[in-house]
Design a protein around this ligand. Structure first.
Ligand SMILES: [Zn+2]
Length: 416
């Protein structure tokens, strides 16, 4: 499989850091960003690269040559005039006859490329987009996925003011099949996110989102440059690779994140407890995954549909997103063991393995995201939360007072 790197960007916003070199050559610890990309790909056995170069591209060519020094093969495609992120790809139809990765040259990342490739294959996708939650979803391109991970819609920025969505953002790393190239008009300026992918979707092609919490950040602004450098030096970039087990904080929802309302089933009932955005941000910054595990018998009681519950969770993520905080995943148990309610949905009236105090949701999350339970925490407002955390094997499980402002932040600061 080939790796195409789009390295023609002019990088106006980063100019204050270094205006004399193309974005892809911006050094971190004395090494260009692009070189880290090559090294990562090589680690997963990808050796064939095509660099699309433009603005000051001769510097890239002079540095990397044919790639022999790194044990890889590099071909170049030189853009005479900038054709956007997609325009040049259209010219590569002859070279791209099987599925290929697409990177941008100014992205700092470390992810398990093989896991993404396996997902792409399993889904028989025409395109797979790496997606993740971030701390500024309100000004990011949002990808709407169905329960199977298939893309249903793109919501590109800017968003309307009362926009509500899950925090699932396009990270700008892709696997494309050659079929995608048919959506690119040769010689016409176009962009992958703005033009090509929406057109592929319209044509009914199979686009999938690959959700992962590995480190992927672009160097868009000087501020981001400095934070990325720090993450590289501190080892955070590598540590986030899914090959390395990561710790999590498991969180109950009602009474811990959002105000406890008896059987919350409408989005307008959802309100964050004071101090919760700060608490979730604290988890994010400490490098722990923030995973919600919540019993939602409202489904079994038929007080709310799965779609409505998803919308409530979208609102939860939107409110947190406005405050630069994000959840990595939300697990809910829709079941309830007791029969006898009038409107109940029989199919959910079962004794399951996920309803807390059973540890099912925590164990499922651990297997989905390679979580090291032994270094993870469970925080809830009921005894059943603590029991679930203990049965799962968490390092510690803590009960906090229902709806108390800053309770979550206080306990987190004593734990991590
Ligand atoms: Zn359940």
């Amino acid at each position: 499989m080939k790796v195409v790197v789009i390295a023609g960007g002019q990088g106006t916003r980063i100019a204050s850091v270094n205006s004399e070199i193309p974005k892809a050559m911006i050094p971190i610890n004395g090494k260009p960003i692009l070189e880290y990309e090559i090294e990562m790909a090589l680690r997963y056995g990808y050796m064939d690269f095509i660099f699309i170069i433009g603005y000051m591209g001769e510097q890239i060519e002079a540095y990397f040559g044919d790639g022999r020094k790194w044990g890889v093969n590099i071909e170049y495609f030189k853009e005479d005039k900038p054709l956007g992120t997609a325009g040049a790809l259209g010219n590569l139809k002859d070279q791209l006859t099987e599925d290929f990765f697409v990177f941008y040259g100014d992205t700092v990342m470390d992810f398990d490329m093989n896991a993404m490739q396996e997902y792409h294959k399993k889904k028989k996708a025409d395109a797979t987009l790496f997606v993740h939650p971030n701390d500024h979803p309100y000004d990011s391109d949002i990808v709407d996925l169905d329960d199977h991970g298939r893309v249903c819609r793109f919501y590109n920025k800017p968003h309307i003011s009362d926009f509500v969505s899950r925090n699932i953002v396009n990270a700008a790393v892709f696997i494309f099949s050659p079929a995608i190239l048919s959506c690119i008009e040769i010689g016409v300026k176009s962009h992958i996110e703005k033009n090509v992918l929406p057109m592929c979707l319209e044509k009914g092609m199979r686009l999938y989102g690959y959700l992962s919490f590995e480190y992927i950040k672009d160097m868009g602004t000087p501020d981001r440059y400095y934070s990325v450098c720090q993450d590289m030096i501190s080892g955070k970039v590598t540590r986030m690779n899914r090959c390395n087990p990561r710790p999590a904080v498991f969180l109950d929802r009602d009474g811990v994140l959002s105000k406890e309302v008896n059987l919350l089933c409408k989005p307008e009932q959802l309100e964050l407890i004071e101090g919760v955005p700060e608490a979730v941000r604290y988890i994010n910054q400490k490098g722990y995954l923030a995973i919600v595990v919540t019993n939602q018998p409202v489904i079994a009681r038929n007080l709310c549909s799965i779609d409505e519950l998803n919308y409530i969770h979208a609102k939860l993520e939107t409110l947190l997103g406005h405050e630069h905080a994000y959840l990595n995943a939300i697990y809910y148990c829709p079941h309830h063991p007791d029969n006898g309610y009038l409107e109940e949905r029989k199919e959910y009236k079962i004794k399951c393995m996920c309803r807390k105090p059973s540890p099912g949701m925590l164990l499922q999350a651990a297997s989905d995201w390679n979580i090291d339970i032994g270094t993870s925490y469970m925080i809830g407002d009921r005894v059943s939360d603590v029991q679930a955390g203990e049965s799962a094997g968490c390092k510690q499980s803590v009960q906090v007072e229902t709806n108390r402002p800053y309770a979550l932040l206080d306990v987190l600061k004593s734990l991590i």
